[in-house]
Write a protein that binds this ligand. Structure first.
Ligand SMILES: Nc1ncnc2c1ncn2[C@@H]1O[C@H](COP(=O)(O)OP(=O)(O)OP(=O)(O)O)[C@@H](O)[C@H]1O
Length: 939
């Protein structure tokens, strides 16, 4: 027996069983099916009974009846229900205290005297004190229970019945709610999505020592930035955890260090820069699930609104401690090789991140994480938050959804890894010419070879998420199915390699690696695991026969026992003269003989009645009971053996997480490249020519998203020529003033220009007949007017702040896209600002700019500055109607046709008529253009 308890202990202790909690694996109850709480301390027994007897999840608000119903947890009808601090009963209907009510003393765990509590609740309070900011899920039998303030909070968030638990004579009842353990993953995912951290306290043994409580402990902490569970992660985006540390007093102009990791994929990088504004932008781009820092929990100015900020102790963020943490984690004698010497704050941030990870994982060192890589701001095309928003890179401006974004238009990836990779590329386009050309080359190869593309995508489609599967194996939380999926993915690598055998571009050639160690790993997994193993790890049936002689021996003995059971069934059938008798097994009652009620009276004398059901009676015999013990023991040993062998296998797979992930990255890139190629080939894209200069020359360019969204109309392609000599040798403008009627397509043209430049810099082909462009260092946009009510800034102030940012940071290599600058104030003020901004961009900076405006006066700039040109979007007037041609051509528009657009939009005819009269009068008296020429520095 001692050995059996030990076996169960190992099973229950294993983090995989915490994974099992989420995989719906039943408890390892193989040895004590009849009385799971046998020998439990009284407190545990009572609570177990409480916990398992009631239905615990309800959708409606609890009433006194539902809170302590007849099936209740020992709180029978007439029970006073949840009382108040004085212990006096609450009137019926008030059994569940409303969150937000003035809470009685004991509604918060920190306010009770632990000495006055029952043993289980005392343990709960001790754990809660160690995890005050986390919701504590405390395992009692088949339920996770919450008490005190957590019960009140979670009953509301998860719509659970709030009930009460007797906490001892002195305290009376305390709030309690619970969830079935098999539903824990779903509920935890919900909590983590809401930004809460969850600590799971599990039972660490199946049977307690005599007179003692079951041993329980925290086995896992789930926080938004550290989860590994598949159900809690978005498959097609990274789940970033960030750590931030500020230098000195953290002034706005001071330096900062940032560490960024995705625990589920192992990526880990760090950076160090100056100015809280750039930190704010970086976090806006990353959209991390969680940010940790050694400061107060109140959001500082650099922290974008809505981000989950966790406050940590300062120590791990100190240089010496951080250094030690990194050396320990990556088993390095010195950090010199990481190149972090020039970035001490980045190193400190990495230390903080690792320390936080250590507090959340049962076995932190096991989670495979790459060594941190230092990155710099200039490594990528810089896109500030408003530009990302305006260009709708990964979600639309209105509604914030994927459909209608650039990612949506380009994503034909077959795997989640590929989807994440493409998203990262779109979020961080390249500036390194060689790297862009490499990708372009690969896309071209894939565009040109349709059968190769089709073959690759067919192979990739069923591939599991190797990056995350390897991470779960390393963290000891992978299931048997995870390992089979991983093996399946690894087996596809040689087939992928064979497909790209004739390819020359570097990203495709990288897949030709033979990876013998990964093939061996896949073989090992296949050798051990059956093709479709069960979800549960503790109930056997995972491994092939012939894998392990001990297991084979146990299975043979079990087969003998099974044969005995079959024989026994036949014997008892004969003895009772009942051909319908069945010998069956029940988890709780063990083996029994089942006969119909009608035949129950005629059973032999040595049968012992065990259970009566509506249609049948169940019996046992002393012989059957004797066998049962032996069979259960054998089965427990076989299960344990399988489990141990599985854990060994998982550990070996986990140790290979590094090479698996390296291969997975290449596969992800291949998938992203194949996706770009698919879109390019089917969408009529061209390969842009990358020049060393700073031109942006596009022939017949199209908006990659709008052209896919137009259903009834076809998209009108347009040319663009910026910053390059014309065919006749004359220089083409750096700045184009773009005019045209409302709704003619100016904004669309602006965004299209930005997107084509960006797509070219991720290595993609672009929707155009031909294109030649230089690499941009930044893209700026100022499109549309959005009130930033949250920050208390007016539309105009937001517009001006964004314009100021552009004027401060744009360079001749930047692409600046401005839409209707200055329209948010009085006409003359707005026009003057627009004029001055355009002049500064063209003359002062020489940035490549498209300036869309309804101020037609700006067309005069083209006559004053050599690098300014005019373009207009054409419309056709047919009688009273306007036909939008969406065609961009040289020259300035003379009218905006705003009133016609208003009529088309449904403004009442009388108002349209009156507007025409007013316009006539204003135009007759207008002198707006006067004086601007004189103000030009060029004049
Ligand atoms: N080249 C094009 N081909 C086909 N349809 C287009 C094209 N450009 C724009 N459109 C369509 O015209 C609509 C209006 O375009 P857009 O919003 O760019 O106009 P606008 O000139 O910026 O208007 P406003 O000055 O009122 O802001 C778009 O939603 C799109 O559906």
């Amino acid at each position: 027996m001692a050995r059996e308890v030990q076996q169960q202990l190992t099973l229950a202790d294993d983090p995989a069983l915490q994974g099992d909690l989420f995989g719906g694996t039943p408890e390892p109850t193989v040895l004590a099916p009849e009385s799971p709480s046998d020998g439990d301390a009284p407190d545990d027994q009572a609570l177990l009974a409480d916990a398992s007897a009631r239905p615990r999840t309800r959708r409606q608000r609890p009433t006194a009846a539902t809170a302590a119903g007849p099936e209740g947890d020992g709180e029978q009808a007439g029970d006073p229900g949840v009382g108040d601090a004085s212990g006096s009963p609450t009137p019926p209907g008030d059994a569940a205290p409303e969150p937000g009510d003035d809470l009685p003393r004991w509604h918060h765990h920190s306010l009770v005297d632990p000495a006055a509590l029952t043993p289980v609740l005392r343990h709960y309070v001790e754990l809660k004190a160690a995890h005050p900011d986390r919701v504590l899920l405390y395992r009692l039998g088949d339920f996770y229970e919450f008490f005190f303030e957590d019960a009140i909070l979670l009953s509301r968030l998860l719509e659970l019945t709030l009930t009460g638990k007797d906490a001892g004579k002195a305290l009376g009842r305390v709030p309690m709610a619970g969830i079935p353990h098999h539903a824990a993953e779903r509920y935890c995912a919900d909590l983590v999505r809401r930004g809460l951290s969850v600590a799971l306290c599990d039972q660490l043994e199946a049977t307690p020592a005599k007179g003692a409580l079951l041993r329980r402990g925290i086995t896992r902490v789930l926080t938004p930035g550290t989860v590994l569970e598949e159900g809690m992660l978005a498959a097609r985006r990274n789940n970033w955890l960030c750590a931030v540390v500020l230098d000195g007093d953290g002034s706005a102009a001071g330096r900062w260090g940032l560490a960024v990791a995705d625990v589920s994929t192992g990526e880990f990088r760090v950076t160090e820069r100056t100015g809280s504004g750039s930190l704010h932008q970086e976090l806006l781009q990353l959209e991390p699930a969680e940010v940790v820092w050694p400061g107060p929990a109140e959001a500082p100015a650099w922290c974008p609104e809505g981000l989950r900020l966790t406050s940590l102790a300062r120590t791990p963020f100190e240089a010496t401690e951080a250094d030690a943490l990194l050396r320990r984690r990556f088993r390095l004698a010195s950090l010199d090789g990481l190149g972090l010497g020039e970035a001490p704050l980045a190193l400190r941030a990495a230390g903080g991140l690792l320390a936080y990870l250590d507090t959340t994982q049962a076995e932190p060192a096991a989670i495979p994480l790459e060594m941190p890589r230092l990155w710099h701001a200039g490594d990528q095309l810089v896109l500030d938050a408003q530009t990302r928003r305006n260009l709708e890179l990964t979600r639309t401006q209105l509604g914030g959804v994927l459909q209608g974004s650039l990612l949506w238009a380009l994503d034909r990836t077959a795997t989640a890894m590929g989807g994440r990779c493409l998203r990262r590329w779109i979020e961080g386009p390249l500036v390194d010419r060689a790297a862009i050309l490499e990708r372009q080359e690969a896309v071209s190869e894939l565009v040109e070879q349709r059968p190769l593309r089709v073959g690759l995508r067919r192979l990739l489609r069923p591939m599991g998420d190797l990056e995350r599967l390897a991470g779960r194996a390393g963290a000891g939380s992978a299931s048997a199915r995870d390992l089979v999926a991983l093996a399946d993915g690894l087996e596809r690598l040689p087939r992928l390699a064979a497909l790209v055998a004739s390819c020359h571009s570097a990203p495709l050639a990288a897949l030709k690696g033979p990876w013998p160690e990964l093939a061996a790993l896949a073989e090992e997994v296949r050798h051990h695991l059956i093709d479709t193993p069960p979800l549960s790890l503790s109930e056997g049936g995972l491994l092939h026969d012939g894998v392990d002689p001990v297991l084979d021996g146990l299975r043979n003995q079990l087969d003998d026992q099974e044969a005995w059971l079959s024989r026994q069934e036949a014997i008892e059938r004969r003895a009772s003269g009942n051909p319908n008798l069945r010998l069956q097994y029940h988890r709780t009652f063990g083996y029994f003989l089942a006969v119909s009620r009608a035949r129950a009276a005629a059973v032999p004398d040595h049968w012992i009645r065990r259970q009566t059901l509506a249609n049948e009676e169940r019996f046992v015999t002393p012989e059957l009971k004797g066998r049962e013990g032996r069979i259960l023991q054998l089965r427990a040993r076989a299960c344990q053996r399988e489990y141990d062998l599985f854990c060994d296998l998982r550990r070996r797979v986990g140790e290979a997480a590094g090479p698996v992930r390296a291969a997975a990255r290449r596969v992800a890139e291949l998938d992203a490249l194949a996706s770009l190629a698919e879109v390019a080939a089917t969408g009529g894209y061209c390969r842009p020519e990358l020049s060393e200069g700073r031109e942006l020359v596009i022939e017949a360019g199209r908006h990659p998203v709008v052209e896919q969204l137009l259903v009834d109309a076809s998209f009108t392609a347009n040319d663009l020529q910026l910053g390059a000599p014309e065919a006749d040798g004359a220089p083409s403008p750096d700045l184009i003033v773009l005019t045209g009627p409302n709704a003619s397509g100016k904004s669309c043209y602006l965004r299209q220009s930005g997107l084509l430049q960006l797509m070219a810099q991720i290595g993609s082909w672009i929707p155009a007949r031909s294109a030649r462009l230089g690499i941009a260092d930044r893209i700026f946009t100022r499109v549309g007017a959005v009130d930033d009510l949250a920050s208390g800034q007016s539309t105009f102030m937001v517009e001006m702040a964004e314009t100021a940012n552009i004027l401060h940071h744009a360079s001749p290599r930047s692409l600046v896209l401005l839409d209707e600058i200055g329209r948010g104030t009085a006409t003359f003020d707005g026009l003057s600002i627009a004029w001055a901004v355009a002049e500064h961009l063209a003359e002062g900076i020489g940035a490549r700019t498209i300036f869309a405006t309804h101020y037609h006066e700006l067309n005069e700039l083209a006559e004053l500055l050599p690098n300014v040109g005019n373009a207009q979007v054409l419309v056709e007037e047919t009688g009273n109607d306007l036909v939008f041609l969406h065609r961009v051509c040289r020259g300035g528009a003379s009218r905006s046709y705003g009133i016609e657009a208003a009529r088309l939009a449904g403004v009442p005819a009388s108002v349209v008529l009156r507007a025409r009269q007013v316009l006539g009068r204003i135009e007759a008296n207008s002198h707006v253009a006067v004086g601007l020429q004189g103000g030009s520095r060029a004049a």
